[in-house]
Design a protein around this ligand. Sequence first.
Ligand SMILES: [Zn+2]
Length: 317
Amino acid sequence: MRLTTSAAVAAILMSAGLGLAACNSGTEPADKPAADSRVESADVHPFMIGTLEAWALRDGGLEVPNDGSVMAMGEPKADVDALLTSAGVPTNPLSLSIQPMLVKTGNRVVLFDAGAGSAFGPAGGKLTASLATAGVSPDQITDILISHGHGDHVGGLVTADGTLAYPNAAIRMTAEEWAALQASGEMADLVATITPKVETFADGAEVLPGVTAVPIDGHTPGHTAYEIVSGDQSLLYIGDSAHHQVISVQRPDWTIQFDGDPATAEASRKALWERAADGDLRLYAVHFPWPGIGHVRRQGETFVWEPEGAAPHQAEH
Ligand SMILES: [Zn+2]
């Protein structure tokens, strides 16, 4: 079942345990406990989800022109520039980070998306080096949870030589997304290489203990977010529900070229921000500025991104 309305998405988030009780506003856990001796670098950011060790791992970054062809499609350039300027962001080009996430849970070492590999040239492909800095080798990865089948998320599943980059990992995605990726004819060599490792699941499934798929519709046919729960803490990996920390958050209704079904994606995005703001959800945004961890807060009639560690946003009423 694919749900698109605000109420339906809210129901899914609530059923996934992401409601108002998710955590207490204003009592954020320390991002990195003082006792945490893990390596931190420009490309590796360790953090905790409850008792689980997690990392943001840089794969690269994309720049797209602010000319109405990719983001805020069809909107007057003056309006887009004014929004970006008011947020203190350069108006051109628009920068999109690429940072897959790693979580260790039980005896599993779980990668959330695989970066671009060689699919985007020098814009991506740093993930294995970032993993090495974090002290993790490719053969230690047991599971890769894919949000969707675009090149900046699945390209890194294979090496430049076309072999499996993570030979011991099950590659997991929704059945709908795998069917769409196979049918698209794109990345046919990659699809053939990963086929023996792919395991699909249904929307909303508990994919691994403590990790639940949360369908967020509109970007691709089977796009999914993932909720990770440890004790009374949680984090929602939002995949490509949003791409830019200003445009996608403050104007969720503005069309983004990457969204396959823009109207559905826009409704899903607005519903996600409503739930995230009202439920004080901790989010991980793969394309937001490094390391992509934070909260969405209400700001007047819309929303604003508050990166973790930044001064709390003063709500406007
Ligand atoms: Zn993406």
